[in-house]
Design a binder for this molecule. Structure first.
Ligand code: BES
Ligand code: MN
Ligand code: MN
Length: 455
């Protein structure tokens, strides 16, 4: 532990400078105009892996953005850890809400502000620096393989194919991912589950063209009003989702499991204050921790139609649209849920409009065991580095590829994330605390050490 702390202390400025360099690449996977930047980012990550001592480093092209692979095999008899992360980031918009530009990392109050600072550049880069540290201090305990992709934020469309085509190259004993959050540095935690996702777009069409709202309004249904009503009807008075069959495959937790989950500290007043809201909302009968962890939800991510420019235009729009996502929990299946949504939405559409539902990407939920050697290694690593045993929690976000690792590679995952829920992921002013970054670099080598030693 002393060796690790010393190495981090000696090299911390360089560790930060390198991360800043990585954060300056605008690797926005969703927007084709950044395609070359995304490729350049992959090349940078590959170079940093080589510099840290990885072998067989390769930028693997896909039909989408490339995947970076690298490995350090010290002894085939040792356990192998497959590190997964993503170097792509969400679009930075709305730009005007950033206090400093998204691709010019800036430190304020001990926090690094930049798109991708926490999700996931700051987090996967800790693993590259941990490799450097273990290599330099002669403390490598496990074989390590890295698979850092560039399409996580757009649904990992080509990763499945890559994994299926490379099962031997990716053979390992455990997948280790830092792309989730912990409660705080004072209250470390380990996420033990991720939600699945079904994402679709709906289009409601009324008249065959935009109309004068005075000439036709009142006689012809307004698609925007109809869409608003349809969306509102998707939750009932208890804020439960009204799609028939939606909850059929939801696994209910036992009272004991629910009790344990709710033992995690949660300050409701602080939560509301941070978000600037006076009251919380959610499914009746469940706590906030449960609503974001073990219960499925339905959200409108965007809604538009008609005139949204400057000033006023009197128009009855021909079309209205919304992007809708549903977060899923074990053992809901994203394809089945998408189908239920499509059927329901088509059924409830009144005859004065037409509706079209287009599914986007999805992903399955995952739970990670808490009684495995890998979980115990992560628990012990955090306990050693933080001085406190981590609390198991359920995360609200999704990393769809985790269920595929289990199906295709037969591997379980450990979600050893060092972010915070308040790190503004996908929002303006995304950040990552320097303390979390450095603590992560300290904790990862301990994971390798304990994973190799425990039985
Ligand atoms: N790192 C997040 C997922 C996450 C965030 C898990 C916080 C747990 C806590 C990941 O990059 C992400 O944003 N995933 C997307 C899904 C993807 C298919 C776009 C998500 O959760 O919306
Ligand atoms: Mn992420
Ligand atoms: Mn993300």
């Amino acid at each position: 532990m002393q060796k690790i702390k010393e190495y981090v202390a000696t090299h911390q400025q360089r560790f930060l400078d390198e991360l800043f360099e990585l954060l300056r690449y605008p690797s926005v996977s969703a927007d084709p105009k950044y395609k070359d930047d995304v490729s350049r980012t992959a090349a940078f990550v590959a170079q940093k892996l080589r510099d840290a001592g990885a072998d067989k480093v390769e930028v693997c092209p896909t039909a989408g953005h490339p995947i970076v692979y690298g490995e350090k095999i010290i002894d085939p008899d040792r356990p192998t850890v497959l590190v997964y992360g993503h170097y792509d980031v969400q679009p930075p918009d709305p730009l005007e809400l950033w206090e400093t530009p998204p691709f010019e990392p800036t430190v304020r109050d001990g926090k690094i502000f930049a798109r991708g600072a926490c999700d996931d550049k700051g987090q996967f880069y800790m693993h590259i620096k941990a490799l450097e540290l273990m290599e330099a201090t002669g403390t490598l305990a496990c074989n390590i393989k890295f698979m850092i992709e560039g399409e996580e934020e757009v649904g990992s469309d080509h990763l499945g194919e890559f994994v299926k085509a490379n099962t031997e190259r990716l053979a390992a004993d455990i997948v280790l991912i830092s792309d989730t959050a912990m409660i705080s540095l004072d209250t470390p935690s380990l996420e033990t589950g991720l939600r699945g996702l079904s994402y679709l777009e709906v289009e409601v069409t009324g008249p065959n063209r935009d109309l004068h709202s005075g000439v036709y309004g009142g006689a012809v249904a307004n698609p925007a009003t109809v869409l608003a009503k349809l969306i509102a009807s998707l939750h009932d008075a208890d804020n439960r989702i009204t799609i028939p069959g939606f909850y059929d495959d939801v696994v209910a937790l036992t009272d004991a499991e629910r009790k344990a989950l709710n033992e995690a500290p949660f300050d409701e007043a602080e939560y509301k204050k941070d978000l600037g809201i006076d009251a919380l909302w959610g499914e009746k009968g469940y706590t906030t921790i449960e609503r974001t962890g073990i219960r499925p939800t339905l959200e409108v991510n965007g809604i538009w139609g008609g005139y949204i420019g400057e000033g006023a235009k009197t128009v009855l729009p021909s079309k209205a649209h919304a992007k809708i996502s549903m977060r899923l929990v074990p053992t809901q299946d994203s394809h089945a849920i998408t189908e239920l949504f499509v059927k329901h939405f088509e059924r409830i559409a009144p005859d004065y409009v037409k509706v079209k539902v287009t599914p986007h990407h999805g992903g399955e939920p995952a739970v990670t065991p808490t009684d495995s050697k890998a979980y115990r290694a992560a628990e012990k690593a955090i306990e050693t580095a933080f001085g406190k045993k981590p609390i198991p929690t359920r995360g609200g976000g999704s990393i769809p590829i985790v269920s595929l690792f289990e199906k295709v590679l037969g591997l379980k995952t450990v979600l050893m994330g060092f972010g915070l829920d308040s790190d503004n992921l996908h929002s303006p002013n995304e950040k990552y605390d320097i303390a979390n970054y450095l603590k992560g670099i300290e904790t990862i080598p301990l994971f390798h050490k304990y994973f190799a030693a425990l039985d």
